[in-house]
Write a protein that binds this ligand. Structure first.
Ligand SMILES: Nc1ncnc2c1ncn2[C@@H]1O[C@H](COP(=O)(O)OP(=O)(O)OP(=O)(O)O)[C@@H](O)[C@H]1O
Length: 272
């Protein structure tokens, strides 16, 4: 379990990014922090692996205060996946994935064997192992980023808008892969996004944040959609603005759900 306890963060220029934030991210579950640009999501995420230290308060991993763990060993046991994958351009895919195990002293052959397994897990082809990152598509690069985050077999995976830079179809693919991988591996994931649809799709728990990392609402996707805590949350969900104003449209092949703009939102499946 990850526990943020009364954390605050003010940057040296006086920006108050996080004010008195308390939250538990349960073990083996995906917690999604969702909110508009600048509300403090990345700052919170980086407190877990000490890329940012809180001004006050504490972050706990189980019964260990991360402030008591030196940053380098801490980061080597926590997976981190960032937007644009953050790959090393002059290193082959296989070496990018094996980076952390190699730093941890795992012999090269073993680290590469593990990297090859991970490539398969995230849906990359074996022949892509010896390519360089710029020889892959954006979506494939993100898959490499996820594989690299998992390479040291961390219990915790931090993901900062990992699918933000790819087109919607690839993004949906990557989300589906992550759900599949998570069903298998049951990592404790903290996932940052500004996309409410992504949050609803991926989160066991979603945390809707306002400026200063104020928790507007935390709960399961079902709870948040069924009972938005206030107008801010309803607005963020698109309720009341017509975007989630769903209707049924009969088509020759079945019933389609469309949104307020007539765009398809999904297929209606009868319960049971
Ligand atoms: N190193 C820094 N120095 C000063 N201010 C910072 C620094 N890093 C972040 N901030 C400010 O802190 C606030 C929160 O930033 P943060 O990156 O955590 O937000 P975010 O929700 O992740 O935003 P985005 O979705 O745009 O990445 C913003 O006002 C930002 O400008």
């Amino acid at each position: 379990m990850i526990r943020f306890q009364d954390v605050c963060k003010s940057y040296p220029d006086g920006t108050e990014a996080v004010r008195d934030f308390t939250l538990e991210a349960p073990t083996g579950k995906t917690t999604v922090l969702v909110g508009s640009s600048g509300c403090g999501k990345t700052t919170l995420l980086r407190m877990v692996n000490r890329m940012v230290d809180p001004t006050s308060g504490a972050v706990w991993i189980d019964d260990e205060n991360v402030a008591d763990v030196p940053p380098v060993p801490l980061r080597r046991r926590i997976g981190y996946v960032m937007q644009n994958a953050g790959l090393l351009p002059h290193r082959k895919v296989i070496d990018n994935i094996a980076t952390v195990p190699l730093l941890n002293g795992v012999p090269k052959a073993q680290a590469h064997a593990r990297a090859a397994e991970l490539m398969e897990l995230v849906g990359l082809e074996a022949r892509q192992a010896n390519r360089y990152p710029d020889q892959l598509s954006g979506g494939q690069q993100q898959r490499v980023g996820v594989a690299r985050g998992l390479a040291a077999d961390p219990n915790i995976l931090l993901m900062d808008e990992p699918f933000g830079a790819v087109d919607p179809l690839v993004r949906a693919d990557l989300q589906a892969e992550l759900l599949r991988i998570q069903r298998e591996l049951e990592k404790t994931i903290v996932f940052v996004t500004h996309d409410i649809a992504e949050a609803l799709a991926l989160g066991d728990q979603i945390v809707i944040l306002a400026k200063g990392a104020r928790i507007a609402q935390a709960g399961t996707p079902q709870q948040v959609v069924a009972e938005p805590a206030d107008d801010f949350v309803a607005d963020f969900l698109g309720l009341g603005r017509g975007t989630l104003d769903l209707h049924l449209r009969e088509t020759p092949t079945g019933t389609l759900v469309v949104d307020g703009h007539g765009r398809p939102a999904g297929r209606l499946v009868e319960p049971g």
